[in-house]
Design a protein around this ligand. Structure first.
Ligand SMILES: [Zn+2]
Length: 417
């Protein structure tokens, strides 16, 4: 997303003859050199904006690469600018492990002067004029192409083994205007689950993010114990764990399901506006700081972003509220809820100091989020759901089309979900 648009990339894998491949290879090599020069220049002069990089190196690069179409210098400077910005950001966070941005993966960026697209032919300009590539379109391509998305004027290509050119097309669509919400669905994020109020009923959706993260941490430790992580075998074994992919899959699908429910009920979504650093309420039992950060990021920060982005895509309004006291104050009596200490059999179920009714921590948060949005609909006083909400397991919702359907099916079958 670039603020006003939703952006999607579609990759086309195109087989070309050796001559076309060789000419694109020349472009790639020169592009790579320009990219390296631009990055070195940026680091030396402490600049990272496209305009300044271009102003700084254009003449020298033009002289060096005189037969390469000049717009490749522009796109290489844009590429360098993006790489420098993300590198400096990582360095600031202490996560840059090299003394300059690594250029391992190069795809040659193209602007509207460097390529032409039509359904019968894709043309890319090289040192000796245009080359023509015969496109082969995927199902995904047609979905965007026929579905009101506009093909952007920029794209990029990458050369692969066997005379294959990977072409990355960019589709854009303007974001819809958020609709007028008829109330809100509160969503509370936790380490291993997300709670939501669906048709007015609290529901705990299991994500197991903490469990998964700890599981992978254990596996990583076993693989790399006593061995260098630079070792090829170790690196390959670590890579095959696919932790990121698994969590990304959970995040994307859950965001989609929550947004689908909001659309169905014509409601907006309320979420806690999470603090930059790990919130108080999470992972008190994890001492390893790196691991805590990892859990925080995937269970809270990234999931929140995924929901916000998905909501924007469908015009669902999102309200972010202050997270203070959301699970420690009774939403009915406005006094403290006393939770048993960690380690007891049900540390997430507390008792209201005044009304003595029982509350599940994640359900309390839901009603308090609603209250923060100014909602005063009736709350269940001492009902079963308030301390023992329905739970949907990861395996049950991950392939589901909608959350409320999962619930209905389970109810009809008389199962406890
Ligand atoms: Zn109470």
């Amino acid at each position: 997303m670039d603020g006003n648009h939703i952006v999607r990339t579609v990759m086309l894998s195109l087989k070309v003859n050796s001559e076309v491949y060789a000419r694109l290879k020349e472009v790639e090599e020169e592009y790579k050199q320009i990219l390296e020069d631009a990055i070195d220049y940026g680091l030396r002069n402490n600049i990272n904006s496209f305009t300044k990089l271009k102003a700084g190196i254009y003449r020298q690069e033009r002289a060096k690469h005189h037969s390469l179409p000049s717009h490749y210098i522009y796109t290489a400077c844009e590429d360098a600018s993006a790489r420098l910005k993300s590198y400096l950001k990582r360095r600031k966070q202490g996560k840059a492990y090299t003394d300059k941005p690594e250029i391992r993966n190069v795809s040659v960026h193209l602007d509207d002067h460097l390529w032409k697209f039509s359904l019968s032919e894709v043309r890319i300009v090289t040192r000796k004029g245009w080359v023509s590539l015969k496109p082969f379109f995927t199902k995904l391509f047609w979905r965007y192409y026929n579905d009101g998305w506009a093909l952007a004027s920029e794209s990029s290509f990458k050369l692969c083994k066997g005379n294959v050119v990977k072409l990355y097309l960019v589709f854009k669509r303007p974001l819809p205007k958020p609709f007028e919400a008829k109330g809100y669905i509160p969503v509370d994020l936790n380490e291993d689950n997300v709670s939501v109020l669906l048709d007015g009923k609290p529901l705990l959706v299991e994500t197991s993010v903490k469990k998964i993260t700890l599981g992978y941490a254990y596996k990583r430790k076993r693989i790399s114990e006593g061995r260098s992580t630079k070792d090829r075998v170790v690196r390959r074994a670590l890579k095959s764990l696919k932790e990121r992919f698994k969590k990304l899959d959970i995040r994307r699908k859950l965001a989609k399901l929550i947004v689908t429910e909001a659309l169905r009920e014509g409601k907006g979504i309320i979420l806690e506006d999470l603090p930059k650093n790990t919130p108080e309420k999470m992972v008190q039992d994890i001492k390893d700081k790196q691991l805590r950060d990892r859990i925080y990021k995937s269970a809270f920060a990234s999931l929140k972003n995924a929901i916000v982005e998905k909501a924007k895509e469908f015009g669902v309004p999102v309200l972010l509220v202050n997270p203070a006291y959301t699970s420690s104050v009774c939403p009915i009596h406005e006094c403290k809820i006393i939770y048993p200490p960690d380690g007891s059999s049900a540390p997430r179920v507390g008792v209201c100091e005044r009304g003595r009714e029982r509350w599940h921590r994640d359900v309390v948060a839901l009603y308090n989020l609603l209250k923060k949005a100014g909602n005063v609909s009736p709350m269940p006083l001492g009902s079963k759901e308030s301390h023992d909400p329905l739970t949907v397991r990861l395996g049950e919702w991950l392939r589901a089309k909608s959350l409320h359907l999962t619930l209905n099916v389970n109810k009809m079958m008389g199962m406890t979900v």
